[in-house]
Design a protein around this ligand. Structure first.
Ligand code: HPA
Ligand code: ZN
Length: 335
């Protein structure tokens, strides 16, 4: 089963590039930028990465992102993640980035987007991994601030496929961003959002009804509301589920109690993703492997998860079909 998962062609649809920042690279970039970080070793970092909730993690995540200064830093961060995709048979990835985490520190939007998108272009050519970018608004900041980010993105809109909504969920409902989402859709961005990770099912309703979102990041708490589950199935809205993130942030107490199988059984379109792999103990393949073990998922269920990852990607149909054909062939030969 492990080899079946490792060689399985798949897409990753929920990944924060700032959350892929591995300690070794963080030390290297901090040194080159002459920035002090509060850790002296990888062991000290691992000790610090113990979280009781989303906010615990976010505080450390924003601190880590603070060492990224130059276009080269953003390039190295992104290319390093894409190399890991190549070794895991991740054929396509949809990368979230948080411009405000950097523009708030005086780093220009241009520096961020150019570094990330050059790495994506190179990875497509050299590693054969395709990618799309999701510009995420920080929900703990104001809608006005998100509007500024939207404006800054316009010269680069051809490099951006979608908008997302992340950071502290409780107390920051999707409805807070109604106007900026309407404006983002007008620019041509596809609306996506985190919802129902720590927030209630009501936030998922707001995301689909008020922001018109096409895919939910996490969405665990949707299960609290039967009507919502039915609606997600009816509207064919997928969930990008992140098992190791859920246990790291205590959204789920134990992988054995993870709702992923229940979600599949209810007819929800589920995908498996790593979220912030450098912080949550594993890349996407580890997420597949651990959740398969914990819930005793069948090869067919694993194949379904990978199929959903291509089906509910933001790729154009012909490219989607190409990956789906590749997956089909793999499954036929390895089931
Ligand atoms: N949830 C909300 N915001 C985030 C996350 C997450 O899991 N990761 C990075 N920003
Ligand atoms: Zn996330």
């Amino acid at each position: 089963m492990k080899t079946f998962i490792e060689n399985l062609p798949k897409a990753e649809l929920h990944l924060h590039i700032e959350g892929s920042f591995e300690p070794e690279l963080m030390f290297k970039i901090a040194k080159r930028n002459k920035i002090e970080i509060p850790y002296n070793s990888v062991e000290e970092i691992e000790e610090a990465y113990k979280f009781n909730c989303l906010q615990d993690f976010l505080d450390i995540y924003y601190q880590g992102a603070g060492v990224l200064i130059t276009e080269q830093d953003f390039y190295d961060l992104t290319y390093s993640y894409l190399e890991k995709c190549a070794t895991q048979n991740v054929r396509h990835t949809e990368i979230m980035f948080d411009p405000q985490t950097h523009t708030e520190r005086g780093i220009s939007f241009k520096t961020v987007i150019n570094g990330i998108s050059k790495a994506c272009d190179d990875a497509k050519e050299k590693l054969g991994v395709s990618s799309l970018l999701i510009m995420s608004y920080l929900r703990h900041l104001s809608e006005e601030d998100a509007f500024k980010t939207l404006e800054q993105s316009i010269p680069y809109k051809d490099k951006i496929k979608a908008v997302g909504l992340d950071s502290s969920e409780k107390g920051n409902p999707p409805s807070k961003f109604k106007n900026v989402y309407e404006a983002s859709i007008k620019v041509g961005y596809i609306p996506l959002a985190h919802a129902g990770e720590e927030g209630p099912a009501e936030y998922v309703w707001e995301a689909i009804d008020i922001l018109d979102i096409k895919r939910i990041d996490h969405g665990n708490n949707s299960l609290q509301d039967k009507n919502l589950v039915n609606e997600l199935v009816k509207r064919d809205i997928a969930l990008t589920v992140c098992p190791l993130s859920n246990t790291a942030l205590q959204v789920v107490d134990n992988l054995k109690n993870h709702p992923l199988k229940k979600m599949l059984d209810l007819g929800l379109k589920v995908t498996v993703n790593s979220d912030d792999p450098a912080y949550f103990g594993g890349q996407v393949n580890k997420n597949y492997i651990e959740i398969q073990k914990a819930l005793d998922l069948s090869k067919f269920e694993i194949y379904t998860l990978a199929k959903n990852s291509f089906q509910y990607s933001l790729l154009e149909n012909s490219k989607k079909q190409q990956y789906l054909n590749e997956l089909e062939l793999y499954y036929t030969n390895n089931k």
